[in-house]
Ligand binder design. Structure first.
Ligand SMILES: [Zn+2]
Length: 254
């Protein structure tokens, strides 16, 4: 009897492992077109980032979920899928800011659609490696303000919409610094407008503990050359996941 139970259990486990190894849903056809090793475990179980940031797709992405210290903009809730490395980095940085500046809530815009591909309003965000994040803001008296949408700021730190809101240099730098220090995700770009980039770098000169991150900040903070200036949000991009160099391309397709 015991042997029969063991045999049944083994058969069930084998079936379960086989089922888990099968590509699911509409991504199945797409993954079948990938090199052979992606049809088998462990690659058939992993999150995949395929193609270029502006011409690509993803499979088995992680869904970013709201939690303490992190919220998702209302119209971005369907597009909050990304590679697990990106999603986990965003969780870590939101936690970081809430710890240093209690009460802070990080506001996320779009990541990618569940299966990736073109996303309205973006050139990239196609392969699960990109995410948009709102700036932290203050009122004119210096009190933290919780935004629920993206607000554009000039290089003078003032909101362009005339609301009187001010770019919170301290918290926005803390966020940049948290990404700079986080080596696990393989961060490759932090896009922001030239004016705000200059503002953040200047602010970081003010304290020794900030200054040591300046060299890396100078490399990673940049204004994109081929899209909008990013004066109302940060856009972060992570590098291709390890071991996927044959299907994932770092640079946008020209
Ligand atoms: Zn973006």
């Amino acid at each position: 009897m015991r042997t029969r139970t063991t045999a049944l259990l083994t058969a069930f486990l084998v079936l379960l492992v086989w089922l888990m190894a099968q590509p699911v849903g509409h991504a199945a056809g797409k993954t079948r077109a990938l090199p052979k090793r992606y049809q088998k475990a462990p690659h058939s179980l992993k999150s995949l980032s395929v193609g270029h940031p502006n011409a690509g797709w993803q499979a088995r992405a992680s869904r970013l979920k709201p939690r303490r210290g992190l919220t998702i903009k209302k119209n971005s809730r369907k597009h909050c899928y990304g590679h697990p490395s990106l999603v986990k980095m965003l969780y870590r940085s939101s936690r970081d800011i809430a710890r240093t500046a209690p009460g802070s809530v990080m506001v996320l815009g779009d990541l990618s659609a569940k299966g990736g591909g073109p996303l309205a309003g973006h050139q990239s965000h196609q392969s699960g490696r990109d995410a948009d994040i709102a700036f932290y803001a203050k009122d004119k008296n210096g009190k933290s303000v919780q935004l629920d949408h993206f607000v554009a700021f000039g290089s003078n730190g003032k909101a362009k919409d005339g609301s009187g809101l001010v770019f919170d240099d301290w918290r926005n730098w803390l966020l940049v610094q948290s990404w700079l220090r986080d080596r696990r995700a393989g961060l490759s770009h932090i896009f922001v407008s030239r004016g705000l980039r200059g503002r953040l770098l200047k602010f970081a000169q003010s304290r020794k503990s900030f200054r040591k991150h300046l060299p890396r900040a100078q490399v990673l903070l940049k204004q994109p050359e081929d899209s909008a200036a990013h004066d109302d949000h940060f856009h972060v991009r992570i590098a291709c996941p390890k071991g996927q160099a044959d299907i994932c391309h770092e640079r946008p397709r020209r």
